[in-house]
Design a protein around this ligand. Structure first.
Ligand code: TYM
Length: 334
């Protein structure tokens, strides 16, 4: 059976990049023929230091963001990772399958560990093995993500293939990445060569899901652009990364292709385009921000939903984990 899995780290303010690259698409994938399982990956978050009380709050915020974006806990399984021990258990098994060299090659590790990588947590290095476990503990067949997770998904397939080969089984599927749409890589509003990210020191570089209408409009007004009018098709944006980014954002927010957006704005400058984009962004994000606030007003209800989701997730994961251990020759006598 087709099964979709994806996760988001609860490591602070979610951005328009997370919404367009992930959350919006998670909601859209519900109700199809695939089962949808969505996870707040708190065990991944703690690979860098997290203040315990703040982390707890951000896990709830993550859940609120999923639901405010349209993920329905009745249609999807929604839970936080640490409540389903099978993730960490399979991650250990994968630590014995994956090679150290594979981990050192990951660009996210290099970025996050920085120059002094000897001082990074061991968990930060092993991060992709846990991510592979998240996916494969459900034998998920497809994973919707933004472009930046592509390398991790390739590694997930490498782990699945090596496991299947080493043990001579067809146990884990070759999971397909779903990197689709106009906004698979939303860029910084200040620098068209950098990804929009919650860790950028400049708040003006990103739109946060908690920004109010004024902040959104102001950030878009001040976004870096060039002085040329917009071309008639996406082809003409090849060497204009900032302009391309804004057009892609417009396209993703309005469920159009960049070409369709440009048909409307051809020949116009950013003086006309930016206000239209700001209006669209506010119109789309304001209800999400408001719903997030409503969910956050009832943390007990969020905890209850995550607990129920974890129970359902565990029911899917446990037989797959048990079978994995059996394949590996781990003795079970009860
Ligand atoms: P994370 O928490 O950094 O990001 C969550 C999702 O948002 C996407 N995303 C973006 N998409 C477009 N433009 C951007 N600027 C942008 N920034 C972030 C990410 O691609 C991602 O889809 N390792 C993962 C979390 C994870 C996971 C998993 C994902 C753990 N286990 C299993 C899928 C399956 C991460 O750090 O995502």
């Amino acid at each position: 059976t087709p099964r979709i899995f994806s996760g988001i780290q609860p490591s602070g303010g979610l951005t328009l990049g997370n919404y367009l690259g992930a959350l919006k698409r998670f909601a859209a994938l519900q109700g199809g023929k695939a089962e949808t399982i969505y996870c707040i990956v708190d065990l991944h978050a703690i690979t860098v230091w997290q203040e315990p009380e703040i982390l707890r709050q951000r896990i709830r915020e993550g859940a609120a963001a999923f639901m405010a974006s349209g993920v329905d806990p009745a249609q999807s399984i929604l839970f936080n990772q640490s409540q389903v021990p099978a993730h960490a258990e399979l991650a250990w098994l994968f630590n014995t399958v994956a090679r150290v060299g594979w981990m050192y090659r990951m660009t996210q590790f290099k970025d996050k560990a920085g120059k002094n990588s000897e001082n990074a947590s061991l968990g930060l290095l092993a991060y992709p093995a846990l991510m592979a476990a998240d996916i494969l503990v459900y034998q998920a067949t497809a994973v919707p993500v933004g472009e930046d997770q592509k390398q991790h998904l390739e590694l997930t397939r490498d782990i699945a293939a090596k496991f299947n080969h080493d043990y001579g089984v067809q146990h884990f599927p070759m999971t397909e990445p779903l990197i689709e749409g106009a906004a698979t890589r939303v860029m910084s509003l200040r620098d068209g060569a950098k990804k929009m990210s919650k860790s950028d020191p400049s708040d003006a570089s990103r739109i946060n899901l908690t920004d109010d209408a004024d902040a959104i409009a102001q950030k878009i007004r001040k976004a870096r652009t060039d002085a040329d009018p917009l071309p008639g098709s996406a082809e003409g944006l090849k060497d204009r990364p900032e302009a391309r980014n804004l057009v892609n954002i417009f396209a993703a927010l309005s469920d159009q292709t960049p070409d369709q957006v440009l048909t409307r704005f051809e020949g116009q400058g950013f003086g006309a385009f930016k206000p239209a984009l700001a209006e669209l962004a506010v119109e789309t994000l304001s209800p999400i921000t408001r719903r997030m606030g409503e969910f956050m007003a009832d943390p007990d209800e969020i905890d209850r939903i995550l607990g129920q989701g974890a129970e359902r997730a565990e029911a899917v994961a446990t037989p797959i984990l048990d079978r994995t251990k059996e394949i590996m020759g781990l003795l079970r006598s009860r």
